[in-house]
Design a protein around this ligand. Structure first.
Ligand SMILES: Cc1ncc(COP(=O)(O)O)c(C=O)c1O
Length: 489
């Protein structure tokens, strides 16, 4: 199977042209020797730029166009755009392609910061749908068809509906039903598919955005599909969204110095997924089930699976995402993340107050998952031994309410602001984002009224050692709030 972009680059390199163009390291010759040696001459020879035989991501007409067309065929899309700005760039493109200043977009509140950034850039007004909160695990899931129905009924003039499918934790809503509802209002559906590149390639995984009939999807090929970090795709289908508008907006948001290493890795990952994805994913899924079952036999560990399904917000789950609830061990997810690093050199995908998340991909082996099982068995014995000597304390899961939006995020972001002590900000309107990264879901966005619950939640996360970030003040002692308070509703 062809990889026109990768093949074209190899052909170009074989001709060994004399390069009087950037990048100035000229195949590594003008570069720090130790870095050159480590990274290797093959990788460096691929670090090229958009000279005409190599096409141009901003106006694709040659090998990039061909590679994008093959990717569209692979993902079941009408058009695929390669992104070297991650899924963040693709998400911003989706939103800015459908929404202008003052126009409404319906979004779940537990979205990634790139969605909120696009809302600030575009000046769109977010209409929030509250995600379903899982009080056992302390995480938010997807949105229900019922909640989407209500939002569409109240805002039939919305320019788009954004859905996260699947969530970071691998939970999918009934995307097909949501798409058909939105389309009955002729509203395009934009899918944040950052955590779902693989689902398109196996029928035991949730439906992909394109399979469910969505209009656009921003998909991190780099996260779970085998391409290099920062490389993603934006897939579109149907006629609700103009491909010309998408091309011009993605171009506005993209560097002119696009990395051919990243682009070639997208071309190759597409081939690998098409040729071997199904078989590799079958093995991945069975390894994930085996691991989950073994983890569930460890005292104090809970690893949710299909029992979560409820036909509402949890319509389907991706078994390759292993959520490991550790609250019954009397420690936080962050404590476990650190313990695994220090004792077993194991690195997890993320931790929060109550859980760690481990992802299983076709890059994993049973030897590695056995190490995780061994480590958590040891931790459980250690922890339950300690707990038995003390009194076993029940950990209450705590998820704060979603704050009230009193200004549009853009107005708040550009308003007159002042810096005040975070602890004293109860009742003020935030002009900044505050989030824990990963997963990067904002606790506060510009325009929201800060309340005591949010402050307690931020304090709890900082105390647990989790990476709270967003405000200009990296110490998080202060926060920028807007000077005046003027509700818009
Ligand atoms: C739900 C979600 N959407 C979007 C993104 C952004 O993806 P990228 O890192 O490819 O820009 C992430 C990244 O973690 C994410 O978790």
């Amino acid at each position: 199977m062809k990889t026109p972009l990768f093949d074209g680059l190899l052909q170009h390199i074989q001709q060994n042209p004399i390069q009087f163009h950037i990048p100035g390291h000229k195949g590594g010759a003008g570069m720090d020797p130790s870095f050159r040696e480590f990274i290797g001459s093959n990788a460096l020879s691929l670090d090229l730029i958009n000279i005409s035989p190599l096409d141009d991501l901003h106006h694709p007409d040659g090998i990039i166009k061909e590679a994008q067309q093959l990717a569209a065929d692979a993902f079941g899309a009408d058009e695929t755009f390669f992104s070297v700005q991650g899924t963040s760039g693709a998400i911003m493109t989706m939103i800015m392609s459908v929404c202008g200043p003052g126009e409404k977009i319906i979004v779940p509140r537990n979205v990634h910061k790139s969605i909120m950034s696009a809302i600030v850039f575009s000046g769109a007004t977010p209409i929030f749908i509250h995600p379903e909160i899982d009080k056992t695990l302390g995480i938010s899931h997807g949105i229900t068809v019922e909640a989407v129905k209500k939002a569409l009924h109240a805002h039939p003039d919305a320019k788009g509906l954004l859905v996260i499918n699947p969530t970071y934790f691998g939970v999918s809503a009934n995307l097909k039903a949501i798409v058909s509802l939105a389309h009955s209002y002729d509203i395009p559906v934009l899918v944040d598919e950052a955590h779902g590149v693989h689902i398109h390639f196996h029928d035991k995984l949730p439906l992909s955005a394109m399979q469910a009939g969505a209009d656009m999807a921003a998909t991190s090929v780099h996260k779970l599909g085998g391409s290099l970090t920062q490389s993603s795709v934006l897939n579109i289908q149907g006629d609700r969204v103009s491909k010309h508008r998408v091309q011009s907006i993605i171009s506005m948001l993209t560097t002119t110095s696009t990395s051919y290493i990243l682009l070639a890795s997208l071309d190759a990952a597409r081939r690998h997924l098409v040729m071997n994805g199904e078989e590799l994913l079958s093995e991945t899924i069975s390894l994930a089930y085996k691991t989950r079952n073994a983890l569930n036999r460890i005292n104090g560990i809970y690893c949710p699976g299909n029992e979560l399904l409820d036909d509402k917000a949890i319509f389907d789950v991706d078994p390759t995402k292993i959520i490991i609830s550790v609250k019954d061990l009397g420690v936080s997810g962050y404590d476990v993340e650190v313990w695994l690093r220090e004792n077993y050199q194991i690195e997890v995908e993320l931790s929060d107050l109550y859980n760690i998340l481990c992802i299983i991909t076709f890059g994993d082996t049973e030897e590695k998952t056995n190490k995780l099982i061994e480590a958590l068995t040891k931790l459980s014995l250690e922890q339950l031994g300690i707990i038995e000597k003390k009194e076993r304390k029940h950990v209450n899961v705590y998820v704060p309410n979603i704050p009230t939006l009193s200004f549009s995020p853009r107005d708040a972001f550009y308003a007159e602001t002042e810096l005040i002590v975070l602890e004293n900000s109860d009742g003020r309107v935030s002009a900044e984002f505050v989030m824990v990264y990963p997963p990067g879901i904002p606790i506060l966005i510009p325009g929201e009224i800060i309340d005591k619950e949010n402050l307690d939640y931020i304090a709890k996360n900082i105390e647990a050692g989790l990476p709270v970030q967003g405000p200009e003040d990296p110490t998080l002692k202060t926060i920028r709030v807007i000077n005046e308070r003027k509700p818009i509703v």
